[in-house]
Ligand binder design. Structure first.
Ligand code: SAH
Ligand code: SF4
Length: 444
């Protein structure tokens, strides 16, 4: 059954995997005849792909689902689907169902491929609920990423087996499972043939790619194969768990053509005591040694990280070790979070939970330090030329074009709209903590 003239609007919360799943659900809807709109009021189907990694995300989502009720009151034919990590938590359905009687479809992280059937049931007026407890043997769900999109992301693996003490991901995304190399490479070839120039490979811990499935090749081998794809200009990947970051991977990046010199390497905490309590399986010394190895082979590598403050039992001295690490490793960017208690995880039951005021104060100190580090990272780039993949015009000023360096820094410059989709060289003339400002030098 196709849905002529009907429109779908999709909202996602959380990480790039959530964004990728949201794209898949949108693609399934467009295959059924829906066209995409950004305007919720104009939509006949609204998909909300959720996140539950921190309580703040959940609160936002619950608020959003509440707002959708008003839209549905005005347009009773509207169908609303809620999907993703938040739906996957045990007990959450009971909590949400009461507040969200206007939702038509509920579906978890393991059921993307059944979305079309769920949508059919909802269109026939039924409540459609499918929340499997684990992945089916073939965890493949492919409509590909949107054809012709300049920058695409691809899952190379699903789930996580690491069980960091604070983290809910292994509970809502299941055991780690990797996709075969040929499937990934063939998909990327198709995407490149349709016009894509950049791919980001996604996994919770890309460095353990293939291990649980007993593949004869590893992540570095996969990257080396993707590097050979003709016409692909940029390859990124995330996230790298420091414990599994091999020298082979660093050398592969160093010797490649198209793999961007960029490592997102979350350290989470600077104190060994806290790292152990977090079950991260490395020490600060090991982390610093990995960073040294990266910088020895790739001196211009761009490092970014994730940091949690206020893990249960974190003392002022522990926190200072986090600040110390940030002042020793020059991160271009850090995603900083206050510890959020997630029911079902090991850290939720630990004694010595840190008061909110203390967490807020630590976060603020950390952000101040990192902002000055981010600024000095970008200021170092002033006067040099960089290759930019031009993504479009700036939202705030139509005369400006925006794009990214190989290191993933956002850059803006004045230029003609025909440059969109092209690789160009720009010279950096100024910078703030988030953005580079440059002058067009020529096509790259
Ligand atoms: N697989 C990735 C991270 C996925 S979650 C990795 O291991 O690096 C993204 C980030 O959210 C984590 O790196 C962590 O910094 C943060 N995070 C996860 N659970 C959290 C919690 N309970 N409270 C606060 N931050 C959390
Ligand atoms: Fe969560 Fe740790 Fe897995 Fe990352 S590696 S998803 S932080 S459990």
């Amino acid at each position: 059954m196709t849905e002529n003239n009907k429109k779908v609007a999709t909202i996602f919360y959380g990480c790039q995997m959530s964004e990728r799943d949201a794209e898949t659900l949108t693609a399934i809807s467009t295959h059924k005849g829906y066209t995409v709109t950004k305007d919720l009021e104009d939509a006949d189907l609204i998909i909300v792909n959720t996140c539950c990694v921190r309580e703040s995300a959940e609160n936002k989502i619950i608020g959003k689902i509440g707002q959708l009720k008003k839209i549905k009151e005005k347009k009773p034919s509207l169908k609303i689907a809620v999907s993703g990590c938040m739906v996957q938590q045990p007990g959450i359905m009971e909590r949400l169902k009461k507040r969200a009687s206007h939702v038509d479809i509920w579906t978890g992280t393991f059921d993307l491929e059944n979305f079309e059937n769920l949508l059919d049931s909802a269109l026939q007026g039924e409540k459609a609920i499918l929340i499997s407890e684990k992945a089916a043997k073939t965890s493949e769900v492919v409509p590909l990423a949107e054809k012709g999109k300049l920058r695409v992301s691809q899952n190379i693996m699903y789930g996580c087996d690491n069980y960091c003490a604070y983290c809910i991901v292994p509970y809502v995304r299941g055991r780690e499972r990797s996709r075969p190399l040929n499937d990934i490479v063939n998909e990327i070839k198709e995407l490149v043939a349709s016009g894509s120039k950049e791919v980001t490979l996604l996994g919770q811990n890309v460095n353990s790619y293939g291990k649980q499935d007993g593949f004869s090749y590893d992540f570095a081998d996969l990257l080396a194969e993707i590097d050979k794809v003709q016409g692909l200009r940029r390859i990124r990947f995330m996230t790298s768990h420091p414990k599994d970051l091999s020298n082979k991977l660093i050398t592969t990046v160093a010797q490649s053509q198209n793999i961007c010199e960029q490592f997102h390497l979350p350290f989470q905490a600077g104190s060994n005591r806290v790292l152990e309590a977090m079950n991260r399986k490395y020490t600060r010394e090991y982390y610093m040694e990995r960073v040294d190895n990266i910088l020895r082979e790739i001196p211009h590598a761009r490092l970014s990280t994730d940091i949690i403050v206020g893990f249960p039992g974190e003392t002022e001295e522990d926190f200072e070790q986090t600040l110390d690490l940030v002042s020793k490793v020059h991160f271009a960017q850090a995603f900083t979070f206050m510890f959020s208690k997630r029911s079902g995880t090991a850290a939720a039951d630990l004694p010595e939970q840190i008061p909110l005021e203390v967490k807020k104060h630590r976060l603020q100190r950390l952000i101040e330090l990192q902002n000055s580090r981010s600024l000095s990272w970008r200021q170092k780039m002033i006067g040099n030329s960089y290759e930019i993949l031009v993504e479009g015009t700036s939202k705030t000023d139509q005369k400006l074009l925006t794009g990214r360096t190989r290191g993933n820094e956002v850059a803006v410059f004045e230029g003609n709209e025909d440059l969109v989709g092209k690789l160009v060289k720009i010279k950096i003339i100024s910078a703030n903590s988030w953005t580079l400002y440059g002058e067009f030098e020529g096509i790259s």
